[in-house]
Write a protein that binds this ligand. Structure first.
Ligand code: NDP
Length: 389
């Protein structure tokens, strides 16, 4: 395996599954961006043939740390990331870099026809049809790791995950935890801090996706992700806020049957599912205690306090580069919020204004996608400067 984003939350959970099955999985390459200490420790334990740091200086530091470990070669930069994603020695690539930075290496894995375990939803959101065309062209095996999409995947007949009408599916019920601010008033949302936003009630995740969960943009990105993965449209998907995060999503069939996938909120379940598919392997996840849980709750999402879900649906409907712009503006706004430069409630404001101020262009090729991403980031940063006054 190559694990892109090895030092992150998904990367570490993936390595925990690898650790449990040394006879079945082995690590060929690990990648990170800047966290040298964490990466050096992982390289000492897993002894990969290749280790990549996206940051050149971090790569130099890592090479010094590993000077007494000659079997691990250190590479740097996006080229290194793409090289280990496409390496002929690898058959499975965990795509777990956060944000748009993951698109090029994930695409390299797709183009090389790997089994691609997709956690990096932003890559698919920003390039949609082009990404799926690349999968079809290369014959790559794309398996969803996002817990909701993995749940839907498990509830669909294998072989018909992109043919919902043929499979007799009426709609997808996409569950959402509602995040840490589910019951906050609009007024309270103006004063929440990054630390509060990153403290998810059920899941332990990286900072960016934690903030996305709090704004519900995570569900918006997942709505778009589901449309591409399962070849459907937002009107066939209904978001259900389910604060317990035990039902990871459901599929409703025309005969009235609703199949759900349940489990403890632990990413090792979908990760192990993708790694071993179609087999099952032990993942170290606590058994579900339904007696202790007692009951489940469901609510509709509130589009007034949490407008990001609507913005994502609009971006998908507009098509072309609109989802690229949505994603880039969100990344810029979330980064500004985490740095203390933007209030939480202004995240959707920045995204909406960025979308309104840029034209939607046809998504003809990946160069166009990267250009739209750069333009939207620059525009969002300008709008953030204006909001800060
Ligand atoms: P983290 O922030 O925990 O980890 C991100 C990883 O990406 C780290 O290894 C980081 O390296 C690396 N990275 C960051 N920036 C770059 C860059 N510019 N170039 C190359 N590598 C980079 O994120 P998560 O693990 O939480 O999320 C990863 C992806 O998985 C996201 O797309 C997220 O939406 C998705 N996901 C996550 C879930 C979760 O439970 N965490 C659930 C479902 C989906 P370094 O450590 O050196 O900074």
């Amino acid at each position: 395996m190559t694990i892109l984003g090895a030092t992150g939350s998904i990367g570490l959970n993936t390595l925990d599954v690898v650790r449990r099955h040394p006879d079945r999985f082995s690590v060929y390459a690990l990648t990170a961006a800047t966290r040298v200490d964490e990466m050096a420790a992982l390289c000492r334990e897993f002894r990969p043939a290749l280790a990549v740091m996206a940051d050149e200086q971090a790569a130099q530091l890592l090479a010094e740390r590993l000077s007494n470990q000659p079997e691990t070669r250190v590479l740097a930069g996006e080229r290194g990331l793409c090289e280990v994603a496409a390496d002929p020695a690898v058959n499975t690539v965990m795509a777990a870099i956060v944000g748009a930075a993951g698109l090029a290496p994930t695409l390299a894995a797709v183009d090389a026809g790997k089994r691609v375990l997709l956690a990096n939803k932003e890559a698919l959101v920003m390039s949609g049809q082009l990404f799926m065309d690349a999968v079809a062209r290369s014959g790559a095996e794309l398996l969803p790791i996002d817990s909701e999409h993995n749940a839907i995947f498990q509830c669909l007949p294998s072989g018909q995950v992109r043919d919902l009408p043929g499979a007799g599916v009426r709609r997808i019920l996409l569950t959402a935890s509602g995040g840490p601010f589910r019951s906050h008033t609009a007024e309270q949302l103006r004063t929440v801090t990054p630390a509060q936003a990153c403290k998810h009630p059920n899941w332990s995740m990286g900072q960016k996706i934690s903030v996305d969960s709090a704004t519900l943009m995570n569900k918006g990105l997942e709505l778009i992700e589901a449309c591409w993965l399962f070849n459907t449209t937002p009107d066939c998907i209904e978001v259900h806020v389910h604060p317990e995060s035990i039902i990871h999503s459901m599929v409703e069939y025309v005969d009235g049957s609703v199949l759900a996938q349940l489990g403890s909120p632990d990413m090792r379940t979908p990760i192990a599912n993708g790694m071993a598919w179609p087999d099952r392997v032990e993942a170290g996840v606590d058994a579900l205690d339904l007696f202790a849980l007692g009951r489940f709750h469901f609510e509709r999402p509130d589009p007034v306090r949490f407008p990001c879900l609507r913005l994502a649906a609009e971006a998908f409907a507009r098509g072309g580069t609109a989802p690229t712009v949505l994603n880039a503006a969100n990344e810029a706004a979330v980064a500004a919020f985490l740095e203390g430069h933007l209030c939480f409630a202004d995240i959707p404001v920045i995204i909406e204004r960025t979308m309104e101020s840029l034209p939607v262009r046809p998504a003809l090729d990946f160069d166009g996608i990267f250009a739209a991403d750069r333009e939207a980031r620059a525009q969002a940063l300008e709008l953030i400067r204006q909001v800060r006054g």
